[in-house]
Design a protein around this ligand. Structure first.
Ligand code: NI
Length: 256
């Protein structure tokens, strides 16, 4: 059984065959998926999808590159959605300095990151963190605003030392298709070093397809390639890794 901890099936890249693809998941052992919100509109589509598919859960949150969607009014709406039974996390939230270089935009990212962390704490939900080229500021905010909370650092792209720091804080590390790339030395080192019970796997689909599909549209059906890569790195069988990360993801999202 495979649990995709982070997917974006609301994305328009799935417009042609979304139903067909999602209906086939069970036949391939994909038994649970968390569809993660990014833009406000994406969050609305996420809510429709989780109503439609029993095995699909949702995370409600605004991605740092979409914070122009946030006002007090849309933020209040977002909070209401976090109270729906199938919404299991707040995310994805965080900082992305790769796409946004202007200091005032980065300042607004930090503001809404803090607000969404506070909301997650008040609503007793784990968080899904997106952080790109913003390692220092993310850690600083997490230490201040997320102490004692739980969640996942999704698509982890920083150093092993930083991963260990987040593990110490009680967070999970999300690993996806990048693990199968030839040039992913840093991530392989991290995947080998951190405790297995702190790792969850993800697609981030439609992005970041694993080898041999790199550059193509990703889907949960490709997760066995990530499991295989992780098994090789940890010197375990794919079955052992599959079972371990499934259990971890249930714990992360508070599911049975
Ligand atoms: Ni994502």
């Amino acid at each position: 059984m495979i649990f995709d901890s982070h997917a974006h099936y609301d994305d328009k890249q799935f417009g042609e065959d979304r139903n067909e693809l999602l209906s086939s998941m069970g036949d391939h052992g994909i038994t649970k998926i968390v569809n993660v919100g990014a833009s406000l509109e994406g969050n609305q589509r996420m809510l429709e999808l989780v109503d439609q598919y029993e095995f699909l859960y949702g995370a409600a949150g605004i991605h740092p590159s979409d914070i122009q969607d946030l006002t007090e009014k849309s933020f209040a709406w977002l909070r209401e959605q976090t109270r729906r039974p199938k919404v299991v996390a707040v995310g994805e939230i965080g900082l992305d300095y790769y796409w946004d270089k202007e200091p005032d935009v980065q300042e607004r990212q930090r503001y809404w990151f803090c607000r969404q962390l506070q909301m997650a704490r008040e609503e007793h939900l784990p968080v899904i963190i997106h952080s790109r080229e913003a390692a220092e500021d993310t850690l600083e905010i997490m230490k201040k605003e997320a102490a004692g909370m739980s969640g996942v650092i999704h698509c982890f792209s920083y150093s092993r030392e930083l991963a260990e720091e987040y593990v110490k804080m009680g967070f999970y590390i999300g690993i996806g298709g990048v693990l199968t790339f030839k040039n992913a030395r840093k991530l392989k080192e991290t995947a080998a070093a951190i405790p297995l019970d702190r790792i969850v796997i993800e697609t981030d689909c439609p992005y970041l397809a694993p080898e041999p599909f790199r550059g193509k549209r990703n889907s949960s059906l490709y997760l066995p390639y990530v499991i295989e890569a992780l098994a090789r790195i940890r010197d375990l069988s794919p079955k052992e890794v599959e079972a371990a990360v499934y259990e971890n993801t249930l714990k992360l999202y508070g599911l049975k």
